[in-house]
Design a protein around this ligand. Sequence first.
Ligand code: GLY
Length: 363
Amino acid sequence: MNHRVTVDLGERSYDVRIGAGVRGELPSELSALGGPTQVAVVTSPHLRELYGDDVAARLRDAGHGAWVAEMPDGEEHKTLDTAAGLYDQFIQRRMERSSLVVALGGGVVGDVAGFVAATYMRGVRFVQMPTTLISQVDSSVGGKTAVDHPMGKNLIGAFHQPQLVLIDIATLKSLPDRQLRAGLAEVLRYAVIQSPPLFSLMEGRVAEILARDEDTLAEIVHHSVAIKARIVEQDETEAGLRGTLNYGHTFGHAVEAVAGYARFLHGEAVAIGMVCAAEMAAARGMVDRDFCERQRAVLSAAGLPTNCPDDIGASDVVEAMKLDKKVKGGRVRFIVPTEIGSVEIRDDFSDAEAIAAMEAATA
Ligand code: GLY
């Protein structure tokens, strides 16, 4: 089943279309966005073979001047160097201000291609076509674009909203299991911050999700995107509410940093982070134990880690949190649950409470 969500940002509003096979509708969607144009389809060599050449050929058949711009995939390539490689290709191909960028890939391709679209000739239009669950439910919607700096992730970036997001559920068929599971952590994150119905859906239908039933996947992506759209509409540049999307990420990013980025996928670290944040809230009586157990049960059924390995030191994780972008005025901000569907942003937790929560979540 197909779904459509509109992100209402006045003149910069756009649609997110979700369904199996929607990538075939890119040519007509682009024609609706302003007629034939020159299109760079930015993708990785692997995805070029799977989908990229086909997407470009269909655009050419419809009268657009489409070509494929390759970039290497993987967090280690989310750099200014990779962006520079794309600028070179765009200049050689004489991309103009009226040209359009299609970001076809996971979060790294989307963030880098989006950053290049935000900065090439002071900004050209772009379309997100995310191919991983994590990018479909999160980074492709909301206009955050960035590259990493050796001192930290996403430190160089821009807000640049896409013109359209096309989420082809069929691309999840080619996603490795571990990455699908990691994406489910971000889906459960939406459920905890805003949506008891999505939480129940995850509790009741995890088997269909893991079996990649397309309608169920489309449903959880639709729920997630609708929540993200409403949050971005109210707080595009993360002055407040958008920060609630960081549930599980304060602990999660720090666990990733301490463990080394190769050890956990982002979603796996977020799953551990969600367990820690819930333990911290439960220790203060802000949320009940039943919440902690239900959250752990869904994460575990989805095949995600719910314990922090004991070789990762709790005090190292707490120190790493202090280097995060989410620190404001020297205080670490935590997103803590109060019940399913509701969280608070708090900066009054002590190091000792964070360490105790990590210990409660340690294997
Ligand atoms: N990934 C969090 C956000 O887009 O704000």
